[in-house]
Ligand binder design. Sequence first.
Ligand code: PRX
Length: 655
Amino acid sequence: MSENHAAPSTVGQLSAHGDESAPEFYHPPEELVNNSNIMAYAREKGFADVEALRQWSVENYQEFWADMATRMVDWYQPFTTVLDESAAPFYQWFNDGSINIVHNALDRQVKTWRKNKVALIWESEQGDNKTFTYWQLYKRVNKFANVLKAMGVKNGDRVTIYLPRIPEIMIAMLACAKIGAMHSVVYGGFSVEALQTRIQDAQSRVLITADGGFLNGKIVELKKITDEAIKHSPVVETVIVVKRTGHDVPMEQGRDIWYHELMALPIASPKCETEPVGAEHPLYMLYTSGTTGTPKGLVHTHGGYQVGVATTMHFTFDIKEDDVWWCAADPGWVTGHSYIVYGPLILGATQVMYEGAPTFPYPNRWWNIVERYGVTVFYTAPTAIRGLMRFGEAWPSRHDLSSLRLLGSVGEPINPEAWRWYHRVVGKNNCPIMDTWWQTETGAFMITPNPTTPLKPGSGTRPFLGIDAAVVNEQGEPAGDDEDGLLVIKKPWPAMLRTVYNNPDRYIEQYWTKIPNLYTAGDSARQDDDGYFWVIGRIDDVIKVSGYRLGTAEVESALVSHHDVAEAAAIGLPHEVKGNAIHTFVILKNGVEASEDLADELIAHVGKMMGPIAKPEAINFVTSLPKTRSGKIMRRVLKSRALGLPEGDLSTLEA
Ligand code: PRX
């Protein structure tokens, strides 16, 4: 199928197939196609259409990425090597180049007319708002970078950041990057156990938090959670606390210092040189749930990562100078790292950031923000769409959403019903939806439409430029049309993770051993006869709850840390809004009585240890769990039983 749009297309409407079984295509508006960044690049490269460009870019991926690395970002010292495969799968990109992501995000912007362009419009559910120009953001980052230096933070150190969705989270991340330190952001919705294990693994001596954050009109007690986590992580020497809520929090003398007091000191000079670093210098680590044990600290680097993020945002979301971008994710997740903190700044865009719930005080809050700031490109998750759909069309319909030109979706498969609602009610049949498949590991979009792609609801369509994705069977052979298989990436890409922090073996074992020499994503997928990808979901013990990635092992260990629990198993079952919900099976210790109160207590316990997002939907008290002869819990069997499906091959089940 061609993506040549010379033929007339039906704007935002179905193709006239006249055949019910024919695939349903939504064609993008002609004007959008013709003016798109990707079409301009295709024309410049002499391709008849974007699909021809895409095929060229996959075959010549090194040439393509080298071109992007030259166009999208500036280097202190240009690279001469594009890809170094000598230590594969520890790939290195542009490794003899010298760069810093903050140079491209801020320093170069303030040298142009963008100096006084608005970089960030921030608003909280409490009604307060702030605006930062590039110059203002640049100066804040410089000041805080000087503060960090004064606290003894050096190139290569790890700084843990545990903040709500406020401008200071961006400032803190950029300040770390500026001086060559790695940030390790822990999502503000996580709790004691999650924070503590991440601090411990990163060995951060400095931690940045706030007295609290706001969600649904309530205060999230970040400082109290931090205090508790630090009791078990003696490595932390300094805690910098942003005053956000103003409510009373205990401050420990000699350890805790207010951010605003530090920023008022002479050490917080607004001048700070950005540290040139090698392209492969680590930029950050971000923990993500894996199949077993503790979360993995995935490492991303300065060079390849920024090339990937800037390129994907430029071509997929078609960012132009006058766009107002709004990614409604949290900066604490990879979506926020790539498409709130770094991508928009590198492209010199104006963006909106909102702290709070989409339904506070009413379910029109988001649409109200779109209208007030004239948001042009909006990016969110299927779970949010499904949640807002429940309140009906009247809420979005009260607002003028005509500024929107593109929409996006990320985090889990979007069900066609939610897709159509988003397209019709929010996008007024005029805004193509970029359903972007990617992962914390991939750093940037991997399978995604672009503004020229005819869309099918629920499909991420085709791989991004320069990305060689495929669906294969367990032997690594290509799966047939519409046949389920493993989603793999066949060629390295610049924004890929480099390793698991302090655990290179785990990097190899997790991603590169299932099928030799191919990156396995941990997802199952299929490709239809148009070559479109349909991601089905995780094949490992990772559960996607409201788009958040949680490991069954982490939920189970939180349960087992309760004094009444002997053993526990967690599985994900379908949920109308969350996509999946966590259901658990618990064996109590001898002599402990099962009761509803105990079930509630266990749910609250998991919430306290891990964070509200990990709270199980149900606790089932059982006396045994299906296990393999080697003692592994067969979650697959629990899931089939819960869904009333055949239990499959039980030959390895313990007798
Ligand atoms: O299962 C896929 C799902 O989210 C996983 C990655 O989760 P995480 O590392 O938390 O990153 C989320 C934000 C990039 C994937 O392995 N996933 C993500 N986006 C999509 C998706 N599944 C289907 N369609 C998507 N667009």
